[in-house]
Ligand binder design. Structure first.
Ligand SMILES: [Zn+2]
Length: 177
């Protein structure tokens, strides 16, 4: 038995990252000082497909993964990419761990980081122009008898007062009654 990432090409994975990050697949600004005076400076010793760069302005070094979620982790980039691919197919963490030959806690940590990263980058919808909100009554289900809910009125959503062990505060009970 083999794991899928053994058949993946490191060079292609890094090429993909470079093309996603930078125009013409080359860094256009130093992550420290934003200068565009950057020169290529060999490659990472452990991951030869990972290019390194040096900023001529501030002298700092960085590589293809600096500033990304993949930076500073021991798993090779191809495992991260295979993991993301499987996440996109709605595969469970347990199954991802099996497919990639990872232990479960490593796999959990990777998927947590990826999900957190996606959450952080999500765009908050901005509404423009005239916006209208309507009250909507959504019927959860008719349980096999659609005729029974035709013409049924919406349920009252008003506070009905104290129920069970929880009591509404005095003020809201007075105003709702
Ligand atoms: Zn710099």
């Amino acid at each position: 038995m083999f794991h899928i990432q053994e058949l993946m090409d490191d060079e292609k994975c890094y090429e993909k990252i470079r093309s996603l990050r930078w125009p013409r697949s080359r860094p256009n600004a130093c992550p420290s000082c934003t200068s565009n005076k950057i020169v290529k400076k060999g490659c990472n010793n452990r991951h030869p497909a990972c290019r390194r760069y040096r900023c001529l302005n501030c002298g700092k070094r960085f590589d293809d993964l600096t500033g990304t979620i993949f930076s500073g982790h021991h798993q090779p980039l191809r495992i991260w990419i295979a993991c993301m691919h499987l996440m996109g197919l709605d595969v469970s963490n347990l199954q991802i761990a099996k497919e990639l030959g990872l232990n479960q806690s490593d796999c959990q940590q990777m998927t947590d980081l990826l999900r957190h990263g996606i959450h952080k980058r999500r765009r908050i919808p901005q509404m423009e122009g005239e916006v209208e909100f309507d009250e909507v009554y959504v019927i959860a289900g008719h349980k096999g008898h659609p005729e029974k809910i035709i013409g049924r009125k919406a349920r009252r959503n008003r506070l009905k007062g104290a129920r069970g062990r929880v009591r509404w505060p005095e003020k809201s009970r007075r105003s709702s009654g």
